[in-house]
Design a protein around this ligand. Structure first.
Ligand code: HEC
Length: 126
């Protein structure tokens, strides 16, 4: 009996170790997005990552977009267009306001949004 419990404990431990390794890998080097999202990735890096972080994980200047708050049902694609076109008044966090981003067109934002949705799906947010 105790032996069985030990085996179970060890198995649970192994699962945890594997999970940790997966998380560490993700943080260091998330998978490259499929071709259809790569234009969005490039535009995200140029225009959004300074605040929202590489791969959307956030920085000290802005929140992670790979976050439950920004799942499609709560912040639909229109919220991304509005954010880029008009800026955002701080309301969810304490990072201050987001300025409007004049260097992107609605079409750019569309590509960026698709890339962010892909990142969210990789993290199990949908
Ligand atoms: C100068 C920093 C900065 C840049 C650059 C920036 N953001 Fe933001 N963004 C913020 C901050 C700060 C918030 C959080 C505001 C709050 O407290 O809710 C935010 C919030 C958002 C939101 C949530 C809007 C809502 O309705 O709550 C979206 C979507 C967003 N940003 C998308 C983008 C996209 C897309 C880009 C690039 C085109 C971008 N951001 C570039 C700082 C930035």
């Amino acid at each position: 009996m105790t032996h069985l419990m030990f085996v179970r404990g060890a198995a649970a431990c192994l699962v945890l170790v594997a999970l940790n390794a997966a998380v560490a890998l993700w943080a260091k080097d998330p998978p490259k997005p499929p071709a259809e999202f790569q234009a969005g990735e490039t535009k995200f890096k140029t225009n959004c990552a300074a605040c929202h972080g590489e791969h959307g994980i956030g920085t000290i200047q802005g929140p992670p977009l790979v976050h439950k708050i920004y799942e499609p049902n709560h912040h639909g694609d229109a919220a991304f267009q509005r954010a880029a076109a008009n800026g955002v008044r701080a309301h969810h966090w304490n990072f201050g306001n987001m300025p409007k981003i004049e260097s992107v067109t609605p079409q750019d934002v569309d590509q960026i949004t698709k890339y962010v949705r892909w990142l969210q799906r990789q993290a199990g947010i949908q």
